[in-house]
Ligand binder design. Structure first.
Ligand SMILES: Nc1ncnc2c1ncn2[C@@H]1O[C@H](COP(=O)(O)OP(=O)(O)OP(=O)(O)O)[C@@H](O)[C@H]1O
Ligand SMILES: [Mg+2]
Length: 237
């Protein structure tokens, strides 16, 4: 074999290897939307549908999903956390995310598992960028630096009315054991900015972000999400 032929054979083998690696990588799906819009409900239902098809699914959430992340979550969401600077809030969101990517997301995807995550960087752009008015640009720059270009293959953005979602979340939080009430104390204007920022992200990234009407009954929303996931990943579910 000449050196040219062996280089060609090597590059062919590398290509097959990288295709095999690519094929084996799992899919990364995030759920986004306002508090109380039904993300966690739909995430569990989608994970169940995927598992019934034999897909190995890891479900996780933000902030949280790791031991460190859950401790950060408790600080971020507790109504007892007072005087948290908006930039400190944004930094903590990214600290939790960086740990989640390293410990959970990348290892699972590399092992061929699917990762379904309750909120990701779009929430930081919507809540800290839009809601707290820190701007989206800084969020995207931090993502680039701290998250190494890791983005979901598909983001389900659950669209709902501001007032009904927030009142659902308040009702749910009242009956929950943990105190995760800090954001629910924000104003209607805050949540309107969050909502508008989510919609801007969907307009900006139509390939990744699919808008789902979250207002119909749970089963109807689930069927629509399954339809989108099936279509996107050519599955038989
Ligand atoms: N389509 C729906 N119609 C009516 N009620 C719903 C629907 N989806 C979810 N709910 C109810 O609304 C409440 C909030 O749902 P869920 O916890 O899934 O929302 P969430 O988006 O995860 O909220 P959070 O952002 O606060 O975690 C729950 O009590 C849930 O049962
Ligand atoms: Mg939830």
């Amino acid at each position: 074999m000449t050196s040219g032929e062996s280089a060609l054979a090597r590059s062919g083998a590398d290509m097959i290897c990288s295709v095999a690696k690519h094929m084996a990588r799992g899919k990364f799906i995030s759920f986004e939307g306002l508090d109380g819009c039904g993300k966690s409900t739909q995430l569990e239902k989608l994970a169940g549908a995927l598992r019934r098809q034999g897909i190995d699914v890891v479900t996780t959430r933000e902030p949280g999903g790791t031991e460190l992340g859950e401790r950060i979550r408790a600080v971020l969401l507790s109504s007892r956390t007072a005087g948290l600077d908006p930039h400190a809030e944004m930094a903590l969101m990214f600290a939790s995310r960086a740990q989640l990517i390293a410990d959970v997301v990348l290892p699972a995807l590399e092992a061929g598992k699917w990762v379904v995550c309750d909120r990701f960087t779009d929430s930081t752009e919507a809540y800290q960028g839009g809601g707290r008015q820190l701007g989206g640009e800084g969020v995207l720059r931090l993502h680039e630096v701290l998250c190494g270009g890791v983005w979901p293959d598909l983001t389900i953005l659950m669209d709902s009315e501001v007032s009904s979602s927030v009142s659902r979340a308040r009702r749910r939080n009242k009956s929950a054991e943990q105190d995760e009430n800090r954001f629910e104390k924000e104003s209607g204007a805050f949540f309107t900015r969050v909502h508008e920022t989510f919609l801007e992200i969907a307009r900006r990234e139509p390939q990744r972000v699919v808008l789902i009407d979250a207002r119909p009954p749970i089963e109807v929303v689930h069927e629509e999400i399954v339809r989108v996931v099936k279509e996107r990943f050519l599955l038989m579910i």
